[in-house]
Design a binder for this molecule. Structure first.
Ligand code: ZN
Length: 277
C-alpha cells in the first residue's frame, strides 16, 4: 500500500506540473508520467489483453505462410532498429485478413497490426515498410501509453502498475479496443512517428520518399471511398504533413534506393487471389 501511495503522489505531482507548462514540456511530462506508471511488462500485459479482445471480436489473421513470412521479415528488420530506441519491448507484427480496409495501428506491448487491404494498396515493399516504421515510431515514442495516461484515471493505471488488480489491465484493454484510443494520436505524435518512419526506412536502405507516395495514393483514393481508408481517419493528410516530411527527409539527408516492387507484387497477387476466392 505504501508503494501505491508513493506512485499516486508522484503521478499527482506530475499532473500539477503538466497543468502549467508549454506544449513541449507537457509532452515530455506526459511521457515521463507514462514511463513511471506503465512499465514495459505492464504494457505487454495490456497488449496481450488487447490481442485477446480483438480475437473475441472476430478479427481474422492472414494464415498464408508466404505472406506472413514476408511481412514478418520486413517488420523484423524495422523492429531491430526500434528496439535500440526502446529496449525491453518485444515487438510483434500481425496481418489482419481484411482486404477492404486500408489500416494499420500499434497497441501497447509492441504490437503492430496491418490490414491486408493496406498491403494490397501499397505499390511496393518500401511503401509498406514506411507504414510499419511509422507505427513502430508510435511505440518507441510511448504514444500509446501517453494516450492511456490521458484517458484513464491514475487509480486504474496505478492498479495495473502495482499488479494488484488483474482485472484493471483487462478493463483498460477493453476500453482501448472499444474507443479506438490506441489509434487516435495527436498531430505532434503523428509528426514524430513520420520522422521515426523515415529514419528507420532509410537506415534499411528503403527509399524514404515511398511514405510520401503512399500518402499521395491515399489522398487520391480518398474521394472514391473514404470509409475503407480507415488509416486516413486517424492520419489526416494535411498539406503541411506531407511538406514537413518532404523537408525532414531532405534536411536530414535521408536516402535509400530499395523499392522492391516485384517482391511486393508477388505477395499482392497471393492476397488478391485469396480476397477474390
Ligand atoms: Zn500514426
Amino acid at each position: 500500500m505504501r508503494h501505491r501511495s508513493i506512485v499516486l503522489s508522484f503521478a499527482a505531482a506530475l499532473l500539477i506540473v503538466v497543468a502549467g507548462c508549454s506544449a513541449q514540456q507537457r509532452v515530455q511530462t506526459e511521457t515521463a508520467l507514462a514511463q513511471a506508471l506503465i512499465s514495459d511488462q505492464q504494457s505487454a500485459q495490456i497488449g496481450e489483453q488487447v490481442h485477446a479482445q480483438l480475437q473475441s471480436q472476430g478479427v481474422h489473421y492472414v494464415s498464408d505462410p508466404e505472406v506472413t513470412r514476408y511481412v514478418e521479415g520486413v517488420a523484423g528488420r524495422i523492429f531491430d532498429l526500434a528496439r535500440r530506441d526502446r529496449p525491453g519491448v518485444d515487438f510483434h507484427v500481425h496481418v489482419i485478413d481484411d482486404s477492404k480496409t486500408v489500416n494499420a495501428f500499434a497497441t501497447p506491448g509492441g504490437h503492430v497490426y496491418v490490414y491486408s487491404g493496406l498491403l494490397l494498396l501499397a505499390e511496393n515493399e518500401a511503401e509498406m515498410a514506411g507504414v510499419l516504421a511509422h507505427e513502430s515510431g508510435h511505440i518507441v515514442g510511448r504514444h500509446i501509453e501517453r494516450a492511456m495516461v490521458n484517458s484513464y484515471g491514475l487509480q486504474a493505471l496505478a492498479a495495473v502498475a502495482l499488479g494488484n488488480d488483474p482485472s484493471a489491465a483487462k478493463q483498460i484493454a477493453a476500453g482501448l479496443v472499444g474507443t479506438g484510443v490506441m489509434r487516435a494520436h495527436s498531430r505532434s505524435e503523428e509528426t514524430e512517428a513520420d520522422e521515426y518512419g523515415a529514419r528507420y526506412a532509410s537506415r534499411l536502405d528503403y527509399d524514404p520518399n515511398a511514405m510520401i507516395t503512399f500518402f499521395q495514393k491515399l489522398q487520391a483514393k480518398e474521394s472514391s471511398g473514404p470509409s475503407a481508408l480507415a488509416w486516413l481517419n486517424t492520419h489526416p493528410l494535411t498539406a503541411d504533413r506531407i511538406s514537413h516530411l518532404t523537408d525532414y527527409i531532405r534536411q536530414n539527408n535521408l536516402h535509400g534506393s530499395v523499392l522492391a516492387a516485384e517482391r511486393h507484387r508477388a505477395i499482392r497477387a497471393k492476397l488478391g487471389a485469396s480476397a477474390r476466392g
